[in-house]
Design a binder for this molecule. Sequence first.
Ligand code: ADP
Ligand code: MG
Length: 260
Amino acid sequence: MTDAATHAPDAPQMKVSNEVAISIQKMNKWYGTFHVLRDIDLTVHRGERIVIAGPSGSGKSTLIRCINALEEHQRGRIEVDGTVLSSDIKNIDTIRSEVGMVFQHFNLFPHLTILENCTLAPIWVRKVPKHEADKTAMHFLEKVKIPEQADKYPGQLSGGQQQRVAIARSLCMKPRIMLFDEPTSALDPEMIKEVLDTMVELAEEGMTMICVTHEMGFARQVANRVIFMDQGQIVEQNEPEAFFNNPQNPRTQLFLSQIL
Ligand code: ADP
Ligand code: MG
């Protein structure tokens, strides 16, 4: 477990607004006959930093993949930034352009340079002129502290650097919500901190974030709410202090006793 950088835990920007960013009501999903998500109810306000924890196979990835329509849900309602998620392809495009996603495996294009990885979607999806896309990409590469890597290829970078490129690439689409699915679990320990530091900075700037992670130091420092999932359900949720110090559900207690 790694402690993220020591930033002010209650930076003034980390305000939660009344505005709803994501609303999920009675959402259910099946893979074939396997009932993977059960009656998920979740409302996320703009500016919230939510950490989702839970055992492997509990449905964490499936839940966040449903939020940007990488997976289809079968029952219930998901609304993201005022757009109701349906199978309408136009809707899906709207939501995907609002929601950035960072995966465990960085999913960079190996045959494109770092800069090209960052400008591909803005140029082809958003129709941003190349010089403008380049400028934005350099801005975000500076933000994640690797502007000097712009002309290299992903294979020439360390895992931590590649993951920071993946974050910069997402930011180039100017998302209003960022989803992270175990962004540090494929990294060597010495690289975890540099990625977490980037995420802490984003949080401090007010980004609405949902992070699936086992980095409980990050959860304590950055999250305003920790959600615990088990067997496809949200079993417990609370602010970090109460979640870690006084978990109510036996399944949460067992999980925390195993990882802390
Ligand atoms: P987590 O991210 O919490 O580890 P996942 O959301 O990846 O859990 O998976 C939840 C459950 O759904 C697991 O039992 C997993 O095996 C199953 N599952 C995940 N993806 C698929 C799929 N594409 N088809 C069938 N079952 C899947
Ligand atoms: Mg997962």
